[in-house]
Design a protein around this ligand. Structure first.
Ligand code: NAD
Length: 364
């Protein structure tokens, strides 16, 4: 298979971690006889500098012609004085999400056993580390429903946000969660508030029916969101694949990131409604963190989030699970062997971005 990837490194550490990740991706594909056809395009602040806008037309065109987008991160002090609507994040990522209808956000939470000290959770509560995935619906629910603020008679002010979900929206995100659970332990936990919200009643019914009809091989369970928030702190290692709606996922995935320690280890995927040339979901894959201007250009950034984002891309946009597993395993082995970038070294000796990526490549 030929994988046509639009590479959008972005700003500050974006190009550094992208340069470090690409040889790992190339090696994983070469081993199994697949080829990579990639082209690199400016986005974010780099897009503003090169073509006057955060998402240049040529960059969007390259994304449209690609099977998937591998994204670095955008933004930083250089462009902070621009009006909000022209800021790199808002003017690049949001239009990309909208254009490709990226409705599913997949965020793995990985805390390898060797990094237990990076988590605010006591090590004895997570003796084997943490390894879970949060699947968040990204284009529906409260954030996108009708909203208004009205001044009432007598001067009081009323604000209304509307939570709306359609069965079809719940089905398509459930399908992403099913595919994710199938590639892992075949366990799926759906999180809702079905004791209170109509949307959650439909959510629970639809997820239950979809799994029964299309994935009887999976074990499905349900949890209320308030309980899930507690359990993520109490026993994060008991989670595997967690599926939830937009606002609950926004909150729970951030809670999960903190529980898992360093931003430099966390990848993410946003899956679109469209299919690529190979019949898999088109998606945008990026580290969970930002452009880290404070450490840019110093060979200090942790490349693992970008490398793991490339593995997510292989899994979701190309169905290459063995290759993705190999990259994940190489990252874990690198950590287990004691290599650390500064963000996860906690004062102990550390290696640079390039050396860390070379160590992952060697183990792959
Ligand atoms: P940040 O995520 O860039 O940095 C927060 C902290 O985490 C910093 O101390 C940074 O050094 C560290 N960090 C992040 N990634 C790291 C890595 N790979 N290795 C080691 N350390 C890492 O957040 P911020 O400083 O609030 O934002 C900086 C810029 O990034 C802003 O312009 C913001 O808008 C932008 N941003 C972009 C994205 C995106 O492109 N998706 C996401 C978040 C923030």
């Amino acid at each position: 298979m030929q994988l046509k990837i639009a590479i959008l490194p972005g700003d500050y550490i974006g190009p550094e971690v992208m340069d470090a990740a690409l040889p790992v991706l190339e090696a994983a594909l070469k081993r199994s006889g697949h080829s990579l056809a990639h082209s690199t395009h400016p986005v974010g602040g780099a897009g503003i500098d090169a073509a006057g806008k955060a998402l240049p037309d040529a960059t969007l065109k390259a994304c449209q012609e690609a099977d998937a987008i591998l994204f670095g991160s955008v933004g930083g002090p250089k462009w902070e004085k621009l009006p909000p609507a022209e800021q790199p994040e808002r003017a690049a990522l949001l239009p990309l999400r909208k254009h490709f209808q990226l409705f599913a956000n997949i965020r793995p939470g990985l805390l390898p056993k060797a990094l237990l000290g990076a988590s605010p959770i006591r090590p004895e509560r997570i003796p084997e580390g943490i390894d879970l995935v949060c699947i968040r619906e990204l284009t529906g629910g409260l954030y996108f429903g009708a909203k208004r603020t009205t001044t009432l008679e007598g001067g009081d002010v009323e604000a209304v946000d509307t939570m709306v979900y359609r069965k079809s929206e719940i089905e398509r995100i459930t399908d992403v969660a099913i595919a994710t659970a199938r590639a892992r332990k075949k366990q799926l936990l759906s999180v809702d508030k079905a004791n209170v919200l109509e949307c959650s009643v439909l959510w629970r019914k639809t997820v239950t029916e979809r799994v029964a009809a299309t994935a009887p091989d999976l074990t499905l369970s349900h949890m209320y969101v308030d309980n899930a928030a507690m359990q993520l702190v109490r026993s994060p290692a008991s989670f595997d694949v967690l599926l939830t709606e937009n606002m609950f996922g926004d909150i729970l995935s951030d809670e999960m990131s903190v529980v898992c320690g360093s931003l430099g280890m966390l990848s993410s995927a946003s899956i679109g409604t469209g299919k690529n040339r190979h019949g898999f979901s088109f998606g945008l894959y990026e580290p969970a963190g930002g452009s880290a201007p404070d450490i840019a250009g110093k060979n200090l950034a942790n490349p693992c989030a970008q490398i793991l984002s490339a593995a997510l891309m292989l899994r979701h946009s190309f169905g290459l699970h063995a290759e993705a597993d190999a990259i994940d395993a190489a990252v874990r082995k690198t950590i287990a062997d004691g290599l650390r970038t500064a963000d996860i070294a906690f004062g102990a000796p550390s290696v640079g971005t390039r050396e860390m990526a070379a160590a992952v490549l060697a183990r792959l």
